[in-house]
Write a protein that binds this ligand. Structure first.
Ligand SMILES: [Zn+2]
Length: 314
């Protein structure tokens, strides 16, 4: 054990008289080793092992990713260290666990879903078996758009494509990167938002409180846009959210299972039977999204379908 460590332990555990003797001894040059220190104090020094440093732990609750920081003995888990003795006018300094605490707070605010597991951008498959050249190109374009957004998180992205193409994975991956860069984000599913708003009708707060909370979030990740029952109430709600967020100039990443424009039939006529995003949320809201956000359209075969139809391996 080095002398400085022993002295640091004395600072924590020794009496004031002990510390004074050490200070006097050090000034006189009598304390230059642990043995000298022990002679000075008239007994063996109890060597207390320093407690382990605080660390980040990942957990889950209600299907959401959570993070917590373990106990920090240095700052009693407050995140800041008091001024050193004698520095009456000095400020508290941040403990080394403070950065971890800030990060854990951002993780917990983000409410990222646990599923899909390990959804990180570097694990998002650009080349998937069974995809055609056009599908692969669409996925490469998607990654370029995501990287451009991450480099400058303004405006936002509108991810569209059938279920099982990895939109939620992409969204959660974006969320993780943003949190690491120190941004406050919130992930929400439109189904949950609409449900919450419906329940709020029975309270004094009303659905405005639900959308207002989503407008306040610095970066919103909204999944399943257009899902739900497609009632007038839901349309009004999604319109209000979109208009208010654009007015506040806060970025957002939206994902929808619906196509952005109507496909054409082999005859060249528009396919009126296929529901598209504007059928679900209204033409006005869909047009605003298309004009204000960068559209990222994914095509190809659903990963879930492929998994379901894959032959079982014994
Ligand atoms: Zn600490």
């Amino acid at each position: 054990m080095r002398l400085e460590q022993v002295q640091a332990q004395l600072d924590r555990h020794a009496t004031r008289a002990d510390r004074r003797r050490v200070d006097v001894g050090a000034a006189a040059g009598a304390v230059d080793s642990v043995a000298a220190l022990e002679r000075l104090l008239g007994g063996a020094i109890t060597r207390v092992e320093p407690p382990p440093p605080a660390e980040l732990q990942w957990t889950e609750a209600d299907g959401r990713v959570r993070a917590r920081v373990t106990e920090c003995a240095e700052c009693c888990s407050t995140g800041s260290l008091p001024p050193a003795a004698g520095e009456f006018y000095a400020r508290c300094s941040p403990c080394r666990c403070a950065k971890l605490r800030t990060f854990a707070k951002l993780v917990n605010k983000a409410r990222l879903p646990v599923e899909p597991r390990d959804a990180r951008l570097e694990r998002w498959d650009v080349d998937r078996p069974g995809d055609g050249a056009a599908d692969g190109n669409a996925r490469r374009r998607a990654i370029r758009s995501v990287n451009a957004f991450l480099a400058q998180p303004m405006g936002g992205l509108l991810l569209s494509g059938a279920p099982g193409l990895g939109k939620t994975h992409l969204m959660v991956g974006i969320g993780r990167r943003l949190i690491h860069a120190g941004h406050e984000v919130l992930y929400a599913s439109w189904l949950d938002v609409a449900d919450q708003a419906k329940r709020s009708l029975r309270t004094s707060e009303g659905p405005g409180s639900v959308t207002d909370a989503l407008v306040e979030v610095p970066i919103l990740l909204l999944d399943e846009v257009g899902a739900g029952q497609g009632t007038d109430f839901e349309r009004a709600l999604v319109n209000r959210l979109i208009v208010d967020r654009f007015a506040a100039r806060r970025p957002m990443v939206l994902a929808t299972n619906y196509m952005l424009s109507r496909p054409t039939l082999p005859s060249g006529q528009p396919d009126g039977a296929t529901e598209i995003l504007s059928d679900r949320i209204g033409a006005h809201a869909a047009d605003r999204l298309r004009s204000m956000l960068v559209a990222v359209t994914l095509t190809g075969r659903s990963q879930r379908e492929s998994a379901a139809s894959a032959p079982e391996v014994a």
